[in-house]
Design a protein around this ligand. Sequence first.
Ligand code: SF4
Length: 373
Amino acid sequence: MSLNHVRPWRNIYRRKSRQVMVGDVAVGGDAPIAVQTMTNTLTTDVAATVAQVQAAAEAGADIVRVSVPDEASSKALKEIVRESPVPIVADIHFHYKRGIEAAEAGAACLRINPGNIGDEKRVKEVINAARDHNCSIRIGVNAGSLEKHLLEKYGEPCPEAMVESGLEHIRILEDNDFHDFKISVKASDVFLSAAAYQGIAEATDAPIHLGITEAGGLVSGTIKSAIGLGNLLWMGIGDTIRVSLSADPVEEVKVGYEILKSLGLRHRGVNIISCPSCARQGFDVIKTVEALEQRLEHIKTPMSLSIIGCVVNGPGEALMTDVGFTGGGAGSGMVYLAGKASHKMSNDQMIDHIVEEVEKKAAELDAAQEAAE
Ligand code: SF4
């Protein structure tokens, strides 16, 4: 449950799942919902991949996935793992040897479907490598690559086929007494994904990795993910998320966080509340918000800031934010601190001033948090 119980209409009751570890990040149970992304560099280009992992981690990624398509990538993975500030998941398709190599290289988790990597002996080898190296597994069912026998049985990718595929992979791991796994049942179609996820959420207590696969570009993919993932998270389903965008991994992390922030499931950085602006605006709201978003990227402390064009909604929004600015007349506006009108500030100095006020408030909140620990 989120911490909003004083306002029961904000409660989200999370599905009870068992917990697995991805390196030092707990996934499932009462752990915070982890945000993931995936690199799109050549894994063999260690410097580029490490730079992308670091940028994603800096933006808030808890876990980063890296593709391991060949032996050279397995070798590079070892260095990437060593340099990475967050646990690395190795993405493996079909090649059981890559799975073994990745576990040996220090991957914290293998994304692999045990039913697709060959005979029982090979499956056992991969599972043993994972076990020996403290590596968890993510079963990644995808509507676009369902097993032939399931497509024949159901005629097309459908939620039932995806759940059955997931349960078949789960059975293989459990038959090998391996329980450190999570599961995803992704599709690019929001309805199919949502139905498959609801089905798998009922059928297993494994932690669930949420994602709408191949969601699209920054805008369309963000909307699809916000609808699909947002609805599932609202139902309490999902222990870790990845927003798939044809965009920079850092954007995926930002969007993932915004979805969680909107639902009160996680908080990080400055939540900016701003009006769309209109003829009443006392300053250029859109340009100001764009500038502040960039200037405040470094703040990790959860806090809120309202940037409102005029007094129609400004004082009301400022009441509920840590720092606020409301446009007024004559080239200046009112700065609000902790909901109260504090002092006037001229429009041409307000961006620098708001950044200072936010930094000050963040330091205050950090100190209070440290004192409470
Ligand atoms: S708060 Fe004021 S400036 Fe902003 S949209 Fe509303 S009326 Fe327009």
